[in-house]
Design a protein around this ligand. Structure first.
Ligand code: MN
Length: 188
């Protein structure tokens, strides 16, 4: 049975997906919860195809202030690729418990990504970081993208429409260099 992604009106937590050209291009998932941004790095980005799971490396929580950040970090340019809200599915309503258990089912109400997604923690670690898997639940959004790739179709910034190259080109260093570096260090 296909389930409609109809919980978007109720999304209470902020969501963002960054596109980050560091040594390797990757995407960064940010889910706001409890005053911080839960963070995962996705080496291949998300896939809209149910059955295709993508590696999601658990990162340290980020500060909420970085949710909308778009600019150049010392590791490379960062794009605000998608933004919106997210909401746990009923079985993951206790978010803290779900994270401890290692299974989080949630709806994304982004401008690009929508529908139900599942994060599952594996037993694998990489440099002491837990590896999770991100999968797409079969729903109307997945059906719409059955033979398409949203990463290819909509590659640019959701806020400025810029490419990573344009973000890098436009960037001017923060005025207070020291403070700027300190702040930006956390933003990746
Ligand atoms: Mn990153």
């Amino acid at each position: 049975m296909k389930v409609e992604a109809n919980r978007c009106a109720y999304g209470q937590h902020a969501y963002a997906m960054k596109k980050h050209q560091a040594k390797r291009l990757h995407y960064d998932l940010r889910l706001e919860w409890n005053g911080v941004l839960l963070s995962w790095a996705l080496p291949e980005g998300p896939s809209c195809q149910p059955g295709v799971v993508r590696e999601a490396v658990e990162m340290d929580d980020h500060r909420e202030a970085y949710l909308q950040f778009e600019g150049v970090h010392h590791t490379g340019p960062i794009m605000l690729w998608d933004r919106g809200t997210w909401e746990p599915e009923p079985e993951s309503e206790d978010i803290g418990k779900s994270l401890r258990k290692g299974v989080l089912r949630f709806t994304l109400c982004g401008e690009k990504l929508q529908g139900i997604w599942i994060l599952t923690r594996t037993n694998i670690t990489s440099n002491t970081r837990h590896i999770w898997k991100l999968g797409k639940y079969p729903d109307a959004f997945a059906e719409r993208y059955a033979h398409r790739c949203v990463l290819v179709e909509r590659p640019n910034s959701i806020s400025t429409r810029r490419t990573l190259e344009e973000i890098a080109r436009d960037w001017t260093r923060p005025r207070d260099k020291h403070q700027g570096q300190m702040k930006l260090f956390d933003a990746a």
